[in-house]
Design a protein around this ligand. Structure first.
Ligand SMILES: C[S@@+](CC[C@H](N)C(=O)[O-])C[C@H]1O[C@@H](n2cnc3c(N)ncnc32)[C@H](O)[C@@H]1O
Length: 218
């Protein structure tokens, strides 16, 4: 999947993945991480997610990475901030109120960028990537995160032949195969969500599950 696909979606305002409400699973399961106040949280492929504002309200400095400058600028505008902007070459930076969005490619992030991170919140990030990119995503992520980082991962699973992604289906088997070498994996919940999603029923899905995992890096 090319970066232009996402940049064009932001330009054309095709952002059906964006949720105006705070993610219900985030609010329900975040306490499972038992993070200290002030622990920094990384949000990969963050879009303009309102969950970043929620995480900040829980006392966490937030660091996001996002390809699209349109998304980063919209996040700060819609949350009432005027960010400080720094042109950083590969990764530009927007920052206000201890929320920083690095604008550029996730794969250009380095260990130094994530040195202070204690936790990761992954919603609609891993499932935004096609299966062939996921191994690279997980390898890069675990390589640049500090040891013992916790990851709250929300996935989406359905019979892949029934619909073209994104979001792409991500099964429990694949989460295990990709992460088991690097992390302890705990499944916190698995929920059938097809009845609440007529949009996906119309697209032909016969099964749709969301799963919430807590991963702890070794
Ligand atoms: C499905 S959206 C999810 C956004 C956000 N996580 C949310 O919950 O609303 C995926 C986002 O990842 C961004 N993205 C895709 N590939 C990326 C990459 N390689 N580096 C940084 N951002 C990327 C896209 O621009 C898009 O905003």
């Amino acid at each position: 999947m090319k970066n232009d696909f996402w940049l064009e979606r932001w330009e054309r305002e095709e952002t059906g993945f964006h949720d105006k409400e705070v993610n219900a699973y985030l609010a329900q399961y975040w306490h499972e991480l038992h993070l200290a106040q002030g622990s920094a949280v990384f949000v990969p492929l963050c879009g303009k997610s309102v969950d970043m504002q929620w995480l900040r309200e829980q006392g966490h400095p937030v660091l996001g990475v996002e390809l699209s400058n349109i998304a980063a600028q919209a996040f700060f505008k819609e949350n009432g901030y005027i960010p400080n902007y720094v042109n950083g070459g590969k990764l530009d930076s927007y920052e206000a109120n201890d929320i920083r969005i690095l604008c550029g490619d996730f794969f250009d992030l380095s260990r130094d960028d994530l040195a202070k991170v204690h936790a990761v919140y992954d919603r609609a990030s891993m499932v935004a990537l096609p299966p062939e990119m996921r191994e690279r995503y997980v390898k890069h992520l675990v390589n640049i995160l500090p040891p013992a980082t916790q990851i709250l991962l929300i996935t989406f699973d359905y019979p892949q032949p029934e619909m073209q992604g994104p979001p792409f289906a991500l099964s429990a088997e694949e989460v295990n195969a990709l992460y088991r070498e690097h992390a302890e994996i705990r499944l916190l919940a698995q929920i059938d969500v097809l009845p609440q999603n007529p949009r996906f029923q119309k697209r032909g899905l016969t099964r749709l599950q969301e799963s919430i995992y807590l991963l702890t890096l070794r």
